[in-house]
Design a binder for this molecule. Structure first.
Ligand code: SF4
Length: 223
């Protein structure tokens, strides 16, 4: 159950955190790179499915190779399993992901005439698509306000103490209440960059962190 530390003060703190993170990160995530190469919801969808438990550099490289051969849902829907699996082999769980990306492409072609849908409800019907992936398609593919919560967003929000949640779904609900909708588009990209460089999963770099003076985890560590 969500135990949100909800208050006006926490909203102010959340906005400060976002601004400080924005000023401190310069690395670009795989999804941001893929979005910047081609504003294409299909590519965001497929890359996000491929990215689960896989390093960003691998996701990006494999995505580029895949899209050079299968640039859209039509072509990927018609592809055979072993040809696709051969390309995506470097990502973890590549066999299952191959099945999912071909399956999702088939449904996009048969039900949506080759155009990736742009609502949570429709996206969640696609194979391999959970709430985080659907949110990424909305944010990175369509610039529709949403807060996709992955492991970085969930961990950082809880460490700082913006939310107190066990599950990513609850983090999403809590963050949507904390941030104004105009900030939602930025949250995933900034938190993921921050989580890859400063608030690392293990041994976070608290001493050089620009938000350490606002962070509960750091306060507990130094007191
Ligand atoms: S102070 Fe440490 S735990 Fe807190 S946000 Fe910064 S890096 Fe993460």
């Amino acid at each position: 159950m969500t135990q949100q530390v909800s208050s006006q003060a926490n909203s102010v703190r959340a906005r400060k955190v976002l601004a400080l993170i924005e000023n401190s990160v310069s690395n670009k995530t795989a999804l941001a790179n893929i979005r910047d190469k081609a504003e294409d919801p299909f590519r965001i969808l497929i890359s996000t499915i491929l990215s689960a438990r896989t390093r960003d550099q691998v996701t990006e490289k494999v995505s580029d190779m895949l899209f050079s051969k299968y640039p859209d849902a039509d072509s990927l829907a018609k592809a055979n399993f072993s040809s696709v699996a051969k390309i995506v082999r470097p990502v973890n769980f590549y066999k299952g992901k191959t099945k999912k990306i071909i399956g999702a492409s088939k449904l996009i072609v048969s039900k949506y005439r080759g155009v990736v849908p742009r609502t949570y409800e429709e996206l969640l019907e696609l194979p391999g698509v959970g709430r985080k992936t659907a949110g990424c398609v909305l944010v990175y593919g369509y610039k529709v306000s949403a807060i996709p919560v992955d492991v970085h967003v969930h961990r950082i929000s809880n460490r700082i103490g913006l939310v107190k949640t066990k599950k990513p779904e609850d983090t999403e609900i809590a963050l949507r209440e904390l941030y104004d909708e105009k900030d939602w588009l930025a949250v995933n990209e900034l938190f993921v960059s921050f989580g890859q460089t400063i608030c690392l999963p293990v041994n976070p770099r608290c001493e050089i962190c620009p938000v350490n003076f606002l962070c509960n985890y750091y306060a507990a560590k130094v007191n």
